[in-house]
Design a binder for this molecule. Structure first.
Ligand code: MN
Length: 196
């Protein structure tokens, strides 16, 4: 199997109460796992079967006849990145290099947090909110469905999944509360710092 489900970087119950074990069991164990299974089925026997995930995403992103492969492969990558963006006891304002970059590019952590949260709230329907590096400058971005900054040549530094499956069991329709928990209690800034 060329594409695999990554091991979660923490136990399934350790993001609670902000993200419950039940949400992780469905989101990681069912949704993410299904994207991995589907990607492997779709690339089997094609010249994509020996490519890494990043190349599969780039090679299928602009070809509508490849949209099923793109959607599944991008969702594999987006979810693996999302799990790495969180840790138990995370969140709050960062330290290290990312703290300085946020202060210089957004003015303050509070302004960054407001814009990031607003991107997640205003993403209509399913998708993702991102912190990205573009031309050596931090920016907030949102993408629909499986779309990912990787497909646009941009460098992702942080993401939050705003598909309903990410928060509905724990927050029902209260997406802003889920985003507040992500910012205040879950972000793994050490991981973000490792990327810049
Ligand atoms: Mn998801």
């Amino acid at each position: 199997m060329p594409i695999s489900l990554p091991v979660l970087p923490y136990e399934k119950n350790t993001l609670a109460p902000y993200i419950s074990q039940q949400t992780i069991e469905y989101h990681y164990g069912k949704h993410h796992n299904a994207y991995v299974t589907n990607t492997n089925k779709l690339i089997e026997g094609t010249d994509l079967s020996n490519q890494d995930l990043g190349n599969i995403i780039k090679k299928t992103s602009k070809d509508t006849s490849m949209s099923s492969i793109f959607n599944n492969a991008a969702q594999v990558w987006n979810h693996s990145f999302y799990w790495a963006c969180m840790k138990p006891g995370g969140g709050g304002s960062p330290s290290g290099a990312i703290a300085e970059r946020i202060a210089s590019d957004f003015g303050s952590y509070e302004k960054f947090a407001e814009q990031f949260k607003n991107a997640g709230i205003t993403q209509f329907g399913s998708g993702w909110a991102w912190l990205i590096l573009k031309d050596n400058h931090l920016e907030i971005m949102k993408t629909s469905n499986a779309d990912t900054p990787l497909a646009h040549g941009l460098k992702p530094l942080l993401t939050v999944d705003v598909w309903e499956h990410a928060y509905y069991l724990d927050y029902q329709n209260r997406r802003p509360d889920y985003l507040a928990s992500f910012l205040e209690h879950l972000i793994n800034w050490d991981f973000v710092n490792s990327l810049i």
